[in-house]
Write a protein that binds this ligand. Sequence first.
Ligand SMILES: NC(=O)c1ccc[n+]([C@@H]2O[C@H](COP(=O)([O-])OP(=O)(O)OC[C@H]3O[C@@H](n4cnc5c(N)ncnc54)[C@H](O)[C@@H]3O)[C@@H](O)[C@H]2O)c1
Length: 369
Amino acid sequence: MTAMSIGIIGCGNISPAYLNYLKDSSVVQVTALADLLPEKAKDRAKEYGIERVYTVEEMLQSPDIDIILNLTIPASHAAINIAALDHGKHVYAEKPLSISLEDARRTLELAEAKQLRVGCAPDTFLGTGLETSRKAIQEGRIGRPVAAAAFMMGAGPEGWHPNPDFFYEEGGGPMFDMGPYYLTALVNLLGPITRISSSAQSLLPERIVKSGPRAGTRIPVHTPTHLSGTLDFADGAVGTLITSFDIPGGSTLPRIEIYGTEGSLLVPDPNCFDGEVKLRRHDQEDWSIVPPAFAGRSDNERGKGIEDMARAILENREHRASGKLAYHVLEAMHAFLASSREGRHIHLDSASSLQLASAYRIADQALLV
Ligand SMILES: NC(=O)c1ccc[n+]([C@@H]2O[C@H](COP(=O)([O-])OP(=O)(O)OC[C@H]3O[C@@H](n4cnc5c(N)ncnc54)[C@H](O)[C@@H]3O)[C@@H](O)[C@H]2O)c1
């Protein structure tokens, strides 16, 4: 199989995870790096033995780059995605696809018009933890899903991220930062979401950077930091989701549980690729471990989604971490904000057009490994 050439734009915190995973791929090869701050691209290129360091414009103009991997901050996602497509390149972006729904729509329309692919993180739902969960549900092991509960109860990224400002801007907060993992997982397990209601708040007006050279710096908060809501799924299940950066004391709540007419499923952390899946049927005394659907890796497999997209291009099939899925998730995240602001349920327009994972077999994993 011919390797497709990837150029990465954005060489910050998350780029090593992708570079580590993709260096072993037979389908893609990272051939060039670019960053607004050239030193960051140079340093990363040296660390990973990548020959070419470009400006963003040089990267876009380069005729032998097939896919742009957009690892910039959320505020830059849309502009880079659209520029990549404009230059005839497929694009795979870190989450969220963009901040505004309008930009995301423009991105998907442009890709459609140019017959190019758009992919988007997260790809953790392609890992063994969430795929084992999906298989258990598809096999009917908990009966018909009736409800889901999902909790991301955190203290905020200023504890570990050296430049956490973007997490507190529009397009950040626990919903736009962590919501994609939870919502993508829930949509993959239960299907599209039709409507959402929520309450959202930010009680602390500023946060303090706690690590790196900027430790002690105060950052203003411009987005809700605690969001709590309900989700109606097209298939009838009702979900509860809380995402929060306001829980410094920690929590004992599970990450995700799915409840069915025959039993309950404990789903592992959707921010990870592996993790134990547990199930308890109504007639069982205790929880039992569900055997993994396939052998996973224990390291960070960020890169699986773009690798699947490249393989899908070569095989002329749909890819799984798709722009359409990311758009649905983005619409859901906006619905959390709008519902709280407007005091009403928000209906999701993208629910009806989302062709989803139920169309895929778990065996497709063989294509991804
Ligand atoms: N840090 C993590 O653990 C993590 C995990 C998963 C996903 N993500 C996502 O990855 C993305 C990047 O996060 P990060 O933590 O690596 O951020 P970061 O701030 O560490 O790095 C972003 C890099 O992009 C560059 N950049 C910004 N705008 C640019 C532009 N217009 N053109 C070229 N370069 C540009 C910056 O100079 C910086 O080097 C975000 O969308 C984030 O949500 C991060």
